[in-house]
Design a protein around this ligand. Structure first.
Ligand code: SF4
Length: 223
């Protein structure tokens, strides 16, 4: 079995609650969504057998204890992902999954081998696509068996009604989670800062832990 991988590299985590942690990154090729703000539109890949990819990770091991499986959307290649997760777990590496949170059936198949899930919540008014509330709810119920935190991109077009729907979703699934608000990097200005602070206050009033963390790798120039 071969998997399509767009990039392999070592860097620091640039988003969310693990910002700054040194990790090895496996960027899977392909995504099932097309978010308006996407900056990872990949058009190339290399194919690897799981054992071949694992050898590269092992040989590169240099001060990192965690492997970030990112994309694109890694769960689109769930069978390949599962095989590589088994190998890295047996090596006592932490398996960190970055996912758009829309493929609950695929998550169910690999959840036993994952340590941490960084799950996106895709708000229709931010992404320019339809809504994924039902899929996100099922995904979150499965993800909550492991350590999980949520990220969502806020842009000038993000609607209050989506925020309210997201709060409803969290309350009915796992209200104890931390939600990271990410300003849309392409729109960063004072007006967006004010908007995101307003959203943070709306969420905090509902007793949901939330914080604002920009996509730091873009700011500090990390890959
Ligand atoms: S889910 Fe991520 S990789 Fe896929 S289109 Fe959206 S931002 Fe891009």
């Amino acid at each position: 079995m071969k998997g399509k991988v767009a990039e392999l590299f070592e860097s620091i985590q640039g988003e969310g609650l693990y910002f700054g942690e040194k990790q090895f990154f496996v960027r899977f090729f392909g995504c099932n969504l097309s978010c308006k703000f996407c900056d990872t539109k990949l058009n190339y890949f290399k194919e690897y057998e799981p054992g071949e990819l694992f050898s590269i990770i092992k040989q590169s091991r240099d001060g990192f204890r965690s492997v970030s499986f990112t994309g694109g959307e890694p769960l689109l290649q769930k069978d390949f992902l599962k095989e590589i997760l088994k190998l890295t777990k047996a090596e006592n590496l932490h398996n960190y999954l970055e996912t758009n949170g829309t493929l609950p059936e695929a998550l169910e198949e690999v959840i036993d081998y994952i340590d941490i899930i960084a799950m996106d919540l895709k708000l229709p008014s931010s992404t320019g696509m339809g809504n994924f509330w039902e899929k996100h709810a099922r995904f979150l119920n499965i993800a909550s068996r492991k350590e999980v935190f949520l990220k969502t991109v806020i842009s000038m077009g993000t609607k209050d009604s989506d925020l309210k729907e997201m709060i409803k979703l969290l309350k009915s699934t796992n209200p104890a989670l931390t939600l990271v608000l990410q300003p849309d990097y392409f729109q960063s200005d004072i007006a967006l800062t004010k908007r995101i602070e307003k959203f943070r206050d709306m969420i905090t009033q509902e007793n949901i832990a939330t914080c604002i963390i920009p996509q730091m790798h873009k700011i500090i120039g990390a890959p």
